[in-house]
Design a protein around this ligand. Structure first.
Ligand SMILES: Cc1cc2nc3c(=O)[nH]c(=O)nc-3n(C[C@H](O)[C@H](O)[C@H](O)COP(=O)(O)OP(=O)(O)OC[C@H]3O[C@@H](n4cnc5c(N)ncnc54)[C@H](O)[C@@H]3O)c2cc1C
Length: 373
């Protein structure tokens, strides 16, 4: 059996960041990831600047991200406001971002296995993980960073798995001249909302979240885009003029925003595995990276202690995670409820036009301050 200090399940943003942080502190780290790099993922690809100083400390060089400091928001009918983002962010594809983290992790000596983990067992203060091909790995610490939903959640009997989620995510890259570099746009349509922003390649990422009820009577994404999404005049204009780059859109179903737990079978859950903020906040990626930092710091103090207390490790991680993210998640939930109801969305729009300070307050309630080690 292969033995490590720490095994991380899932090499997305949370898993790769934790791997980087821990390997830089001289621990032996294995990441088990089910897909090879690089690959595209359903994501709005707007990355908040709050994680920039931390990624710099970890030695991650991002390849030409686009600098974004302006938000455009529109209602279904096309009423809009434009606001400056307090902290701003970057436009970078997941293809490039995850690859940059992966390559830095390889340079740090992190080991990778490309398979899915199907089972985690905890006995005698150690973990044994089994992959789909039957390989086994052993470690004192496991981080669960396998994203929004996985077969592992069933194995762990997590509550949210039993509840169906109505949300679908759809994403596609397009080419369009004259799309401003510095803009992230959030446009509403019946049953959902779409984000538009440029990535490092110059392609524009078009990504939306939609309620399945709104989607189900249309045969496919093309019909839905024509008949529902394009009712918003900004989205209609975009879809008429932009040229698709992918052969077909990427999609994911059952995107769950339910509350989750931060510890399961003694694993520390990180990123979306511990909880997903509504995408309209544009903060899920930063939260995933930040939660990895919290997990890594808790693990380093646990492994460096003379008297190791797993109970203290778990309780420290849980309380820091809650203090950092619980209010943000709640603010995201409230914001989503308001924006999905046309009347409330119009009220918010009017308030935002009258007093732009409100927009900054709302954005701040779902974001954090710049993070460093
Ligand atoms: C429609 C939509 C739009 C979004 N837009 C934005 C945005 O613009 N800005 C933003 O900041 N956030 C956005 N988010 C949120 C953001 O995408 C997530 O918060 C972020 O990807 C979380 O990273 P993660 O590392 O937790 O999970 P992931 O990046 O999903 O990584 C999980 C990894 O685990 C692997 N895995 C899964 N199961 C197993 C297994 N059993 N064994 C091994 N590996 C496994 C997967 O292959 C994957 O690579 C959006 C989300 C959605 C749904």
């Amino acid at each position: 059996m292969n033995v490590y200090d720490i095994v991380i399940i899932g090499g997305g943003l949370a898993g790769l960041t934790a791997a980087l942080h821990l390997s830089q502190n001289n621990f032996e780290v294995l990441v088990i990831e089910k897909q090879r790099y690089p690959n595209h993922k359903v994501c709005g690809e707007y990355l908040s600047n709050e994680i920039k100083p931390y990624l710099d400390t970890l030695g991650v060089e991002l390849p030409n991200p686009v600098s974004i400091d302006t938000l455009q928001f529109s209602t279904r009918e096309g009423n809009q406001f434009i606001a400056k983002l307090p902290l701003g962010g970057m436009g970078i594809s997941r293809y490039a971002l995850d690859k940059a983290l992966y390559l830095t992790a390889l340079t740090n000596g992190v080991e990778f296995v490309f398979e899915a983990v199907k089972n985690v067992n905890f006995a005698n203060n150690r973990f044994t993980l089994t992959t789909t091909s039957g390989n086994k790995y052993n470690s004192e610490i496991v981080i669960g960073a396998y994203g929004k939903r996985s077969v592992l959640d069933k194995d762990l009997n997590r509550k949210f798995v039993g509840r169906k989620s109505p949300w679908l995510g759809i994403k596609m890259h397009y080419q369009l001249k004259d799309f401003p570099d510095d803009l992230v746009a959030l446009h509403n349509f019946k049953g959902g909302y779409a984000g538009l922003s440029k990535t490092e390649t110059g392609a524009i990422n078009f990504c939306y979240l939609v309620n399945y009820k709104s989607f189900e009577s249309y045969k496919d994404i093309d019909h839905f885009n024509k008949n529902v999404v394009s009712k918003n005049p900004f989205l209609a204009q975009f879809l008429q003029n932009a040229t698709p780059i992918f052969n077909k859109p990427l999609s994911i179903a059952q995107v769950s925003f339910d509350q989750k737990t931060t510890i399961e079978r003694h694993m520390l859950m990180c990123g979306d595995t511990a909880g997903l903020i509504h995408p309209l906040c544009g903060n899920g990626m930063a939260m995933a990276i930040h939660s990895a930092k919290i997990a890594a710091e808790c693990i380093i103090s646990y492994l460096s202690a003379v008297d190791r207390s797993r109970e203290a490790l778990e309780s420290d991680y849980n309380s820091i995670w809650e203090a950092t993210f619980k209010r943000r998640l709640a603010a995201g939930r409230k914001l989503q409820t308001v924006l999905m109801q046309p009347v409330l969305a119009k009220v918010l729009m009017k308030l935002a036009v009258k007093s732009p300070g409100i927009v900054k307050k709302v954005i701040k309630s779902t974001h954090g301050k710049p993070i460093t080690i």
